[in-house]
Write a protein that binds this ligand. Structure first.
Ligand code: NAD
Length: 431
């Protein structure tokens, strides 16, 4: 099948390469000519495990092409997938300006029937609105709009795309449904055919539910910290083994970040407000996340007996999680800025996100590796769960550094106490 993907970021780049790998002929389109140049050189302009190999292989096989020109890229497409960004506006609602612009360009260029698919995360009724835009340019039998939201996670994006828990095909047209079931045929997964509005809502509802679960884990870890003698890892294990709840997304951390959960929760709240439905549950989730970042800052300050002015704090991990370079809304941003506002100096290392971090923090010293950070700071903060951070020789390091704040619970508190560290982590007793 011939398909086009508009917006070649984390989602679009993965989608284009994976559909090509499944045998479709794919055009990847982005208005950013530097990104397209990188794709044309056989790799992605961001870090995602396994993706470069797919891009190189499928480009060489002639199934994957890239362009900045929408009209050229959609010339023969049976399916046009929109994967452009939907960033938050001031009031939390998503900015659909790019969707509108792209819909106008498609309307201006399309000469044959195509199914236009929302893969970007968009609020309910976006498809309806897109139809009204496209309808200004095209006869109604020249297009259908559908919603197939994407559930992949950065850092495991290729695996998630190829092995989804389900594929939601949201369309009210039999013709479009047929095309989209054919498109997804090579992927073995439960496929549900829903209305467009239901598919739009599924994506926001899934992210709200997952964020709620993470906030629950944060809340339990805060309670365990306050109690002082209960290990939240044991509590959350006991909770997660209940099949009605499940173990995934039940780990405490420094705060939720990334381009999905925070912005999608804000959008979900704004949708509730628009319809006059109580949104307090989700506002509490957002507040727990804010408090969790503050909780980490407090732990760091307490480890210095209340004063971090002039102290050099080493941060390991800057992106919103391990396995990605994505700095968007990363917890490290608020935490580092808060520490700096109290007079601390920051030295940091991230295996993949240093260049992206430099665009955000100008007053951070960047180190060549994790050991350099550890050996050149007054306290070490483990911010993301890269396995290499666990491999530091913690015994030897004790000669250089005395304080470690472990926001990912990577080390064993008992061992850290034996080594006489001032050690703190999330919701675990230190004894
Ligand atoms: N990142 C994730 O993990 C994830 C997962 C599921 C869903 N989503 C959703 O998918 C959408 C895309 O997310 P992303 O993380 O890939 O964003 P991104 O910012 O990485 O990618 C968006 C791309 O669209 C391009 N673009 C912007 N305007 C354009 C235009 N007029 N014409 C052509 N290209 C244009 C940008 O250059 C960029 O490459 C969002 O709605 C997001 O919420 C993201």
């Amino acid at each position: 099948m011939k398909i086009s993907v508009i917006g070649m970021g984390y989602v679009g780049g993965t989608t284009a390469a994976c559909f090509a790998e499944l045998g479709h002929e794919v055009w990847g389109i982005d208005h950013d000519d530097k990104k397209i140049e990188v794709y044309n050189s056989g790799k992605a302009p961001f870090y995602e495990k396994g993706l470069d190999r797919l891009i190189k292989h499928n480009s060489a096989e002639g199934r994957l092409h890239f362009t900045t020109n929408i009209s050229e890229g959609i010339k023969e497409a049976q399916v046009i997938i929109l994967a452009v960004g939907t960033p938050p506006k001031e009031d939390g609602s998503p900015d659909l300006g790019t969707i509108e612009k792209v819909a106008q360009e498609i309307g201006n260029s399309l000469k044959h029937y195509a199914v236009i698919v929302e893969k970007s995360t968009v609020p309910i009724r976006t498809a309806e609105w897109m139809c009204s835009i496209l309808g200004k340019y095209l006869e109604s039998d020249k297009f259908d709009v559908a919603a197939c939201p994407e559930f992949l996670r950065e850092s495991t994006a290729v695996h998630d795309f190829m092995n989804p828990d389900r594929i939601a095909i949201g369309t009210d047209s039999d013709r479009a449904a047929q095309v989209l079931f054919e498109l997804y045929k090579p992927i073995v997964a439960p496929k549900i055919h829903t209305s467009i509005k239901a598919a739009e809502m599924i994506k926001h509802a899934v992210n709200a539910a997952l964020y709620m679960k993470i906030a629950f884990a944060f809340s339990v870890s805060q309670l365990c910290d306050a109690e002082g003698n209960v290990d939240c890892v044991e509590v959350l294990k006991g909770v997660g083994l209940d099949k009605r709840i499940g173990e995934s997304f039940l780990q405490p951390g420094p705060g939720v970040g990334g381009f999905c959960f925070p912005k999608d929760l804000d959008a979900w709240i704004s949708i509730h407000k628009k319809y006059g439905v109580y949104s307090g549950l989700f506002e509490a989730v957002r507040e727990i996340n804010r408090l969790q970042k503050q909780h980490v800052v407090n732990k760091i300050i307490n480890s210095f007996n209340g004063d971090i002015n002039g102290k050099k704090i080493g941060v390991l991990g800057l992106a919103f999680k391990a396995g990605t370079n994505d700095m968007r809304l990363a917890a490290s941003i608020d935490i580092i800025k808060s520490l700096q506002s109290k007079g601390a100096k920051i030295i940091a290392y991230d295996p993949k996100a240093m260049e992206d971090a430099k665009k955000i923090f100008t007053d951070v010293e960047y180190a060549p590796h994790s050991l350099h950070v550890a050996e050149n700071s007054d306290a070490l903060v483990i911010m993301t769960e890269w396995p290499e951070f666990k491999e530091l020789d913690i015994k030897k390091l004790r000669e250089k550094i005395g304080i470690i704040i472990d926001t990912r619970n990577m080390y064993e508190p008992r061992r850290m106490k034996q080594l006489r560290y001032v050690y703190d982590c999330m919701g675990r007793p230190i004894k």
